[in-house]
Design a protein around this ligand. Structure first.
Ligand code: MG
Length: 202
């Protein structure tokens, strides 16, 4: 399986990163070794001094897909959840300054926390809501309808370049409110008020 992530998919997040809203989906990938299942601890890695959380709605691919039209995407999803795209912001800044790829900032071990999956009608995914609580306080609150490229557009776009397989995960981008993590923090992520992911930082 592979993990495909969308960058800058909410206008207010692009703004908080001092980025332009992109014309095409910004895509990067994480390897399978990045997965951190629900309930497990994220250990702060020694190579970074500034790891950020990015809470995201995540969809799971149900079967192989190549060059899907947008209208067919709904038949290729069999679950939705929430995840954290842990990002070494200091390393990402270095990558951006040097025009290097982002993998060292985005794709390290356990950088993709993933919650439990639920099934819902496709239209409900398009109107779903994500909340991120850090130590009990809401720090991110976003709506799928505010995505610049919605789930249909993202998956259709990706499938024209990269064949998708059953079990692949799509991290659909983070709303505004990203910030640093610290040892001792506890994160709880909610999809439509349903807590699907808990992770603590050590
Ligand atoms: Mg992200």
């Amino acid at each position: 399986m592979k993990i495909i992530c969308v960058g800058k998919n909410y206008a207010r997040h692009a703004k908080e990163m001092n980025s332009e809203v992109p014309d095409l989906p910004v895509i990067f990938m994480k390897p399978k070794t990045a997965l951190l299942p629900n309930g497990l601890t994220f250990y702060y890695p020694e190579f970074s001094k500034n790891i950020h959380y990015e809470g995201e709605i995540v969809v799971r691919i149900s079967k192989s897909a190549k060059s899907l039209p947008k209208e067919r995407v709904k038949d290729f999803i069999n679950g939705v959840s929430v995840g954290i795209d842990f990002t070494a912001r200091d390393i990402q800044d270095q990558c951006k300054a040097n025009r290097w790829p982002w993998e060292l900032a985005k794709s390290f071990d356990y950088s993709a926390a993933i919650g439990s999956f639920v099934e819902m009608p496709f239209d409900s995914i398009l109107s779903s809501e994500i909340k991120v609580k850090k130590n009990g306080q809401i720090v991110q609150h976003g709506f799928a309808r505010d995505m610049i490229f919605d789930v249909s557009e993202v998956i259709s776009f990706v499938s024209h370049r990269i064949t998708l397989h059953k079990g692949d995960l799509i991290y659909t981008g983070t709303p505004e409110g990203v910030g640093p993590i610290a040892k001792g923090d506890i994160f709880e992520l909610f999809l439509n008020d349903n807590c699907l992911l808990v992770t603590d930082i050590k």
